[in-house]
Each structure stands twice: as C-alpha cells, then as structure tokens.
Design a protein around this ligand. Sequence first.
Ligand SMILES: Nc1ncnc2c1ncn2[C@@H]1O[C@H](COP(=O)(O)OP(=O)(O)OP(=O)(O)O)[C@@H](O)[C@H]1O
Ligand SMILES: [Mg+2]
Length: 445
Amino acid sequence: MTRAISLKRVSKSYQRGIRAVEKVSLDIKPGEFLVLLGPSGCGKSTVLRMIAGLEEVTEGEVLLDGEYANDLDPSERNMAMVFQSFALYPTMTTRGNIGFPLRMESPGEDPSPRVDATARMLGIEDLLGRYPHQLSGGERQRVAMGRAIARHPSAFLMDEPLSNLDAKLRNHLRAEISRITREVGATTVYVTHDQAEAMSLGDRVAVLRGGILQQLDTPRMVYARPANVFVAAFIGTPRINLLRGVVRAPLDGAMSIGLGRQALRLPEPLCLDHQLLRVQQGREVIVGLRSEAVRLAPRSAARPAEVPISGLVEHVEYQGHEVLVHLNTGSQPAVVPELEAPRPQPTVRRRRDTRMTVLDRLRERAVSLRAGPVVVLDRDGDEYEPREERLPAPTGDLVVRTTPDIDLRQGMQVPLLVDLDHLFVFDRYGERISPAPDHAPDLGW
Ligand SMILES: Nc1ncnc2c1ncn2[C@@H]1O[C@H](COP(=O)(O)OP(=O)(O)OP(=O)(O)O)[C@@H](O)[C@H]1O
Ligand SMILES: [Mg+2]
C-alpha cells in the first residue's frame, strides 16, 4: 500500500514565536520520491516530523490519501522513519533489529519470512547474526533501512539518512535507496541539504528557505527554470555566477545589460524571454550565468545566440578532467546571504515608490506573500547610475570551465562568449524575470 501525502498551508511555530515553517503546501503523489532540500535551519526536519505526526501542526492541514490527519498518532499513519543517527538496539542481532517492529505489531506471528526477504533485498543476509558493534557504518544504515522496509510501510520518511557516511558509501547507498523505494513502491519523503543528492534521487524537489517553499518541481526544472536567485544559487555545481547588472533599454537602440565595465547586448528583435527586461530599464538586476553559459572563445567563433565579453585571468584551478578559470570581468558579484549564513533576518525597507509600475507592485506583493525578497539590490527604487567608484577592487567575479589543454596564466586577458540562450536575469528582489516566468504576460514588444 502506498499513499498520497498533502500539506495544505501548513505552518509550525515553536514557543517564543519562532516560525519554523510558514504556509507550506505540497501534494505528494502515491509512490512518488519527493526530496525536501534547503540549507540548515530552513525547516526540512520540521516538515517531515509533521508528516510523521511527531510534531504538532500549528496551522493548516496534513492529509493522508485525502483524509484529514492532523490528529492521527504516528502509529496510525503506518509510515517508517529513517534518521541520520540510526539507533539500532545494541543487544540485538541484525535479525532481532529488523524483526523488532514486526514483533511489536503482530506479537503472535513469526517475523522470519519477512526479515529474510528484506535482508535479501538489501544484500545483508550474511549479516543477520551480527550485533551492531560488529557492523560498519554503511552496514548499520542498511540494517536501519531494513527495519523500516520490513514493516511494509505506506511511506518512508528519511531525514538525512546518509550524512554520517563517507562519500563513496553515500553514493552507493543513495543508488540503493532509490532502487529499494521504487521496488517497494512506497511514497518517500527524503530530507537533505545536499543538492546533488536531491537532484539524483528526487522525482521532484521541494526547495525551502527560511521555512517557506521556494519551488516544487522536477530536478530538471529547478535547475533550468529556478524561480528565484536563491534556488539558482543553491542548485548546481560549480555554483552559478551571479553578477550585478543594470538594464539599459533606450527607445532608439538595442537593449543591453551593463555589467560594470562591459555589457551584454541583447539581439534584436527581442525574444519573448527578454521582453520583461524592458520594464527594468535603469534598474539593477542580477545576471546569472551557469558554467555552460560562458566559454573561452574568440568573437569570430560566436554562434548566433552568443555575445562577446572578455576577462582577466585571476586564478586557474586544475581539476584533472577540466579547469575552472576564475576571471575578472570588471563586474560586481551579487551575494545571496542565506547561502553564506543560515536564517538571516531580511531587512526590507518598504517605501512607496511612485515610479514603480503596476507590474512592479504586483510583483512586490507576490514576492512578499511567497517568501520575502531573496536579495534587495536597489532598495529605494533609485535609478542606478554606473559610476566608476561603485566598482570594487578587482576580484574574480566569473568562474568558467574549460578543458585542461589550454595554456592559461594569471594576468592573461581572454575572450569570452556568453550564450544568451542560457542567460538568467533576476530582478532586485531575486525573482526570475528571464527566462520569463510561466505566468508572465506577453507584452508584445
Ligand atoms: N523544538 C524546537 N524549539 C524551538 N525551535 C526549534 C525546535 N526545533 C526546531 N526549531 C527551529 O526551527 C527551525 C527549523 O528547524 P529544522 O530542524 O526543521 O531545520 P532543518 O532544515 O531540518 O535543519 P538541519 O539541516 O540543520 O537539520 C530552526 O530555526 C530551528 O532552530
Ligand atoms: Mg534537520
């Protein structure tokens, strides 16, 4: 049996008004593997514990197969939890540990057939007679998984089950968790702060920030269409390059995005994805360039969607199969505070700005309902005037991947091509404006 899990505007407050989770809504389909992803303290475990019934819901509803379940005891939910610290009973063998919940549930029944079948599935038949102190960390985690699986739960709830293990074992067990949960067919909610783990395991990924759901989508979509700059920066390695830019949209000329000393000229006629940028005329924005959006190549090699800039090599990082080149392009990097430090207090000055367009106001309202701004670049809505003194002392602002056969040295000026088909632009609140959000109107420019 597998089940659908829904959260309807679920919030959790602890004493003294700590709001750990804020109006989270999720619909998890039967048999789906959903990953809750976010930095430390963003409320992942709290959401999981509310689904398990281990934490009371302050507001909103938890529905199991469509039925109101806020008041159900954990034991009535038929879910199995696997934690980071896998507490096995030290005085019991593997057989005893896996069979224990079965004996509790049905005291008269012999648990052996189910224990044996579970051990076979996990490849731990040889370990059935051993005690926990005779097992390695990975083997112990497998026994803990076995204890969860043997019960035939309707859902698995896993809270960073692999984070105590070394990288190699983690990769191995990650693949195993994926295989087993699919084989069993049970709905799985898996918590992690490791984006690579989330991307490789999840049918869908729910990204949380400060207790608020930022985006719920397939791994492919959270990478290719991040809702905001926080999601864009949290997902993908190497981390997306984020540069502060300013939109220039003269009435009589081509639109461009100024990046300090250089600019990206947008091709005419403007594609649909660049149309919303015109509304940002004169405003600061954040330009996001993943490593696949920039390559080291001369202007003459440019494909139709590529525009040239250049950069000064600051540092060359050899990685064997590839090289990461840290460049200075004369722009200012944009910082997403939550990624450097958990749970910041957003300081937003709310001042009515008479120059804001209706679209801006709608956007501001939508953002404040959803999450609060991710970053605020231009707090007063002042027009940005690119002055030389606003530029910081030169630092590497762009990391580009290249092959190791190119001879690059510090101080070299190199030509770059930026692929505008892979360009992200976020507004001053951190919301994505290019590629245009799905709900964006066609402005017909
Ligand atoms: N019992 C509690 N009392 C008060 N505050 C709590 C309690 N449990 C959690 N919190 C707070 O709620 C917020 C969310 O905590 P939670 O454990 O859900 O985060 P998390 O995303 O699982 O973090 P981590 O990745 O570090 O495990 C945090 O700010 C935390 O300090
Ligand atoms: Mg946690």
